[in-house]
Each structure stands twice: as C-alpha cells, then as structure tokens.
Design a protein around this ligand. Structure first.
Ligand SMILES: Nc1ncnc2c1ncn2[C@@H]1O[C@H](COP(=O)(O)OP(=O)(O)OP(=O)(O)O)[C@@H](O)[C@H]1O
Ligand SMILES: [Mg+2]
Length: 471
C-alpha cells in the first residue's frame, strides 16, 4: 500500500514519511500540483496526503479534477493556514480528514491507515520482516513510533544520544540500530558496560594507557574511545559509572580529545557517543551520585523506551518475532492462539522485552502442542518470575530480587537471612574485584570491620585470593 505525499517542506515531509512508514505504508513524495497529477496518472496510490499552499497552486482548489478521476482515493489535507475557511474548503472536497498544522503526527499516520480502510489486511511485520530489516525493532505502538521518529532524526548527524528506559526495553538494540542505519555504519560499534569494569580500571579501559603507566601496565593499551574512531562508542549503564570516571569522561567530551593514562599526547576522539542507562538520573543527580554537567553533555537527544506494560499492543508482533527467532535457532516451531496472545498482553512484564523473549523461548521448548492456547500457556506463566513492577523507577534491583525469590524459593522462616547472604555474595565480589582482593581496603569501602568481612567471606566460602590481580 502506498501513499502519495504532496508536501513542499522537506523537514515536515521527512517526519510524515517516517510516521507513515512506521505504519507499514510506502510513501512517494512530490512537491507540486503538476507532479501530483503526473504521479496519479502513472500509478495507483492507496491514499493522498496533501499540503494546501504548494509552489504551483492550491492543494484544495485543484482537488476537483483528482476526485473526478479517482473518486475512491482517500484524501487527507494538511494545512498551516489554520483558518476556518481552509477547514471548510477541505471538508467540501470530501477529504477524509483535515489536519491543521502543527498536528499530531501519530494521529495523522493512524488516520491515513484508517482512510485506506481496515478492509485491507495489515501485513504482519513480524512474519515478513527479514532478519536485518531496515529497523531491527519490532512493535508499532504509538510509543514505539515516537522512538522510531527520534531514531530517524539522529542518523544523519553525530549528536550525542542518551537512551533511557527500564531494563530489557531494547536500549542496546536502539543504539545498534542508530549505528547501523546512520552515517557511521562503516566504522566500528564499540560497546562498553561501565558497570562491569572495576572503578580503577575504567579510565584505562576508556582512554587506554601507556606502557608502565601503573603496575601491571606491561604494554600500551588502546582504549575504547580510540577503538571507536570513525564509528560509535556505546557507553552502557552510564548511571553506574563511578564519580571519578564521570569527571574524566566529561573532560573528554568537552575537549573532544583524550589522553591515555600515563600519556602526554592529546588524541582527538572521533566517535559518535551513545549512552544508556536504566537508572533515574535526575534522582541520582539530586543525591550527588551523577554529575549534572555530564548529564547535560550526554542528554543532547534523549530517547526514552517505553516499558512493555505500556504498549501491550506490541506483544503479538514481538511474540511472533521471537517464535521465529527461536525456530531459527533449532527450537520447535510454535504458534500462539489468539487467547494466548491476549493472556500475554495482561502480564506486567517487569523484565520487559527481554523477559518476554526468554518466556517465548522457554515456551517453544516446553510446550507439547504446536499451537499454544491460553490454557496451555497459563501454567508456564505461573512459573515465570512475575515480580511486581516498581511503578516509580525500578532500579533493576527490585526485579532482580523478585526473580531471585521465584528461583531460589527460600524456605519459610529463612527468607531474610538467605536473601541477605545471596545479596552479600555479589556485593563482596564486586568490592573485592575493585580492590584487587585487598580485604583491608574492601572492608574500608564497605564500612564494616575487617574481621567481620573475613568471617563472612569464610561463611560464604568466598576466596579473596580469586580477586588478586596478577601480572
Ligand atoms: N523492539 C524490539 N524488537 C525486537 N527485539 C527487542 C526489542 N526490544 C528489545 N528486544 C530484545 O530484547 C532483549 C533485551 O534488549 P536490550 O538488551 O536492548 O535491552 P536493554 O534496554 O539494553 O536492557 P538493560 O537495561 O537490562 O541492559 C534483546 O534480546 C533484544 O534483542
Ligand atoms: Mg543494555
């Protein structure tokens, strides 16, 4: 299904085209009445979307001939001349809808779809989309269309993008899409998870180091900033970056150049920066845990991914997409009955798309039927850790605790102690890793007595030797 868009303002045309394409429509654009008539004579279109004031005439006055030749063609009129007169003239032409500018782009796209008619089946994107479709993102909810529009706006520039959203909403996927579809696709995509690197190694990871810069720096190391030259540097989990590293990062972004640890030379950085976090940065800034100036540096173009529970309409397409992926990876090929899809739509999905994906894979594996209905699905959902979704900015920890409770199922009366022990283990591991296995420094950082730490490590069977850095 294709739409003819008559719009002489290129910037408006780009936004409308993106919105219509997100609705699954192909768009042909022209700028004048003459081109419009030529195209209408040559090809069949499913709808006409037209501006009023065009370089060679009035989009409404000249519609008479169009309606005469194509009486069934739905027409949607856009106009900056927000007057009653234009509105009346538009409705006189029998136009399907009249949109005064500025208009809601999503509403426009929906209207065009409706105008074309519910009768024409909407192609199932999940079914037809090849693995590396233009946008590897599935979902056509209005909320996701806003995301797609934002993505299209950053492809032809190097503006810094900050991707926000709960865990599992697709932040990394969006970062990759921007890289792959953008100007820097030919260059490398370098991802750094700043949460996974021990605090004192972050600078060397990001900026590199010279040989002998510190004990253990046996050779020069090229950091991620330099590795990403000509491409994109994806700074993931930026909210977990330690303060000192934040300061260094800010300096690099401000100056546009970096200096390797222990080095003198300033190296220009030529990487597009995309950052992401699932943390509520505003609260972290208020608590003094995230630099406000760094936030403003990164937050040039924010893209916020909506949680899955706010776009249940995407679940059918996503489930279909993951069923196909699962089959592609050798799992049995399953389909979901309509009542099963409805049931999925009623779940809260605290782990968002990632949780849905994992669930679909598990279901493909465990199901006994090829077509899975709600009755067969319900027991599998009961096993899924449906932790209560934190309404106000779940830090990810809440989700993790919910998942842990569902999996570990500690016996009644032992939940508190078992949970604390389970929490201590990764906590101690993090801190020991950060201090290179130095128990005294680890105890100081934790703010507990060294003997207490030693005792707990013994009880939890954690060997601090494991975290000693060698070489
Ligand atoms: N719109 C989507 N279409 C298809 N797959 C998606 C979509 N959104 C997310 N996914 C898939 O869900 C999984 C989680 O996505 P991703 O890793 O990008 O999430 P994230 O927001 O980076 O999460 P976290 O904050 O936990 O790092 C991935 O397997 C990804 O491919
Ligand atoms: Mg991620």
């Amino acid at each position: 299904m294709s739409v003819l868009l008559v719009e002489d303002d290129a910037s408006i045309a780009i936004v409308i085209t993106a919105a219509l394409e997100a609705e699954g429509l192909a768009v042909t654009r022209c700028e004048t009445v003459a081109e419009r008539d030529r195209l209408l004579a040559e090809r069949r279109f499913s709808a006409l979307v037209t501006d009023v004031v065009l370089p060679d005439g009035d989009g409404i006055e000249t519609l008479g001939a169009v309606r005469h030749l194509h009486p069934a063609l739905p027409v949607v009129i856009l106009s900056a001349q927000n007057t009653l007169d234009t509105a009346v003239r538009a409705s006189d032409t029998g136009a399907f809808e009249y949109f005064p500018k500025p208009f809601d782009i999503d509403e426009l796209a929906r209207t065009v779809r409706q105008a074309i008619g519910a009768g024409e089946a909407i192609p199932d994107r999940a079914e037809e989309a090849p693995a590396d479709a233009a946008l590897p993102l599935v979902g056509r909810s209005p909320a996701m269309q806003t995301v797609y529009r934002m993505i299209t706006r950053v492809l032809r520039n190097d503006l810094t993008v900050l991707i926000l959203g709960e865990s599992g909403t697709g932040k990394e996927l969006v970062a990759e899409a921007i890289h792959r579809l953008g100007n820097r696709a030919a260059g490398p995509f370098v991802a750094v998870n700043t949460a996974a690197i021990p605090a004192e190694l972050i600078e060397s990871e990001l900026f590199g180091h010279e040989k002998g810069a510190f004990t253990g720096a046996v050779a020069r190391h090229i950091g991620k900033f330099e590795q990403a030259a000509g491409g994109t540097l994806f700074l993931d989990e930026i909210g977990d970056m330690p303060m000192q590293a934040q300061t260094r990062l800010l300096r690099a972004l401000q100056s546009g150049s970096i200096r390797r640890v222990g080095g003198r030379e300033e190296v220009r950085c030529d990487a597009r920066i995309i950052a992401a976090t699932n943390q509520a940065l505003a609260a972290m800034i208020a608590a003094g845990r995230f630099r406000e100036d760094l936030y403003y540096r990164l937050n040039v173009v924010p893209i916020t991914l909506p949680p899955l529970r706010e776009r249940p309409g995407d679940i059918a397409a996503l489930a279909g997409h993951f069923l196909k992926l699962a089959a592609g990876e050798g799992l049995p090929r399953r389909r979901l009955a309509a009542d099963a899809i409805a049931l999925l739509g009623r779940q809260s999905w605290p782990g968002n798309v990632r949780e849905l994906k994992n669930f679909i894979y598990r279901m493909a594996l465990l199901s006994r039927e090829d077509v899975v209905d709600a009755a067969a699905l319900a027991p599998m959902l009961d096993q899924a850790p449906q932790a209560q979704a934190g309404a106000d900015g779940d830090s990810g920890l809440e989700t993790a605790v919910g998942r842990w409770l569902a999996e570990a199922r500690p016996a009644a009366g032992t939940v508190y102690d078992t949970a604390l022990a389970a929490f201590e283990r990764p906590l101690f591991a993090q801190v020991l890793r950060a201090t290179g296995g130095n128990q005294l420094r680890a105890a100081q950082q934790l703010g507990i007595n060294r003997n207490t730490l030693r005792k707990r490590l013994g009880e939890l069977a954690i060997d601090p030797e494991e975290f000693t850095r060698r070489g």
